[in-house]
Design a protein around this ligand. Structure first.
Ligand SMILES: [Zn+2]
Ligand SMILES: [Zn+2]
Length: 288
């Protein structure tokens, strides 16, 4: 049987399996089982199975990547011990290189642990991620800075010593890579506050909450009138405080609807809580 024929048959079998799968799921559809919600129990379950499978295979891939990373770091540590244990020069280059890969291995182990936490849907997963990032990557960064101080000090004569030349070259490459890492951290640190501000701003906008600097101008733009029961007939009480309007009360009609008017004091208090929307119909009081 040719290869393309095998492939064709394999595809047909796969198609049949998918169809069988769908037939088995059919009783869950709302026509046959009215108590099952469409997305929760019927097709939804099929898709969520599919999503779970995909997430699992993603996890497997990440796990493989972490193991490769870890093996590489352990190998690097073994090579350093093999080649540089008896290196004697002006700076403690052997110790620096060894600790550098120790920190990288710790990071890989933490990533593995994080994956476990994610699988178990640990509640404080995000907190743990941020905390481990600050501790381990902060340590790595400090170690790189310390490495630069050592490497460019006048005591560094390791490239002249036969036994430590390999480590000297290795440290040089690691520090070069380190500059790139420092750049990434610097960008992260600069961008993080901006990102948080943008996200918070978007969240507030979605919730209809305006920045406190805009509140005085919204209050100033309000129309202020004396209540007159001939002019304002549709409502005889303020929908914010539920107190009846008396003649000579100062009231504010909003532009959204002629029936939407309130005590000026009440709508001012409402705006001071950061809201720029009519309490009744949620339309903006003033376009910003
Ligand atoms: Zn009122
Ligand atoms: Zn309104």
């Amino acid at each position: 049987m040719s290869h393309s024929e095998q492939l064709r048959q394999y595809r047909i079998r796969q198609q049949q399996q998918i169809q069988q799968h769908q037939i088995q799921r059919e009783p869950l559809l709302p026509d046959n089982n009215l108590n099952e919600p469409l997305l929760g129990g019927g097709q939804g379950r099929y898709y969520s199975d599919f999503r779970n499978q995909q997430a699992q295979s993603d996890n497997q891939q990440t796990k493989r990547d972490i193991y490769t990373d870890l093996m590489f770091n352990v190998l690097a540590m073994m090579l350093i011990i093999n080649f540089g244990a008896d290196s004697h020069c002006g700076i403690s280059i052997f110790m620096w290189c060894l600790v550098y890969f120790c920190i990288l291995s710790t990071r890989s182990l933490t990533n593995l642990f994080k994956l476990k936490l994610q699988e178990n849907q640990f509640r404080y997963y995000n907190t743990f991620t941020i905390a481990s990032f600050i501790v381990i990557d902060g340590l790595l960064l400090s170690w790189l800075i310390y490495g630069n101080i050592l490497f460019y000090s006048s005591k560094n004569d390791c490239n002249q010593m036969e036994g430590s030349r390999v480590l000297y070259n290795l440290m040089f490459v690691l520090l070069l890579v380190g500059y790139f890492q420092m750049l990434v951290y610097a960008l992260l640190i600069f961008c993080l506050p901006c990102l948080i501000v943008i996200l918070r701003h978007q969240e507030r906008q979605r919730a209809g909450i305006v920045p406190s600097s805009a509140i005085p101008s919204i209050i100033q733009s309000l129309t202020r009138l004396k209540f007159d029961n001939q002019q304002f007939k549709s409502e005889d009480q303020c929908s914010i405080c539920w107190i009846e309007f008396k003649s000579d009360d100062e009231i504010t009609p909003l532009s959204c609807d002629p029936k939407h008017y309130f005590h000026t004091k009440c709508i001012e208090d409402w705006i001071r809580t950061g809201k720029n929307t009519c309490p009744l119909c949620r339309q903006p009081i003033r376009e910003l």
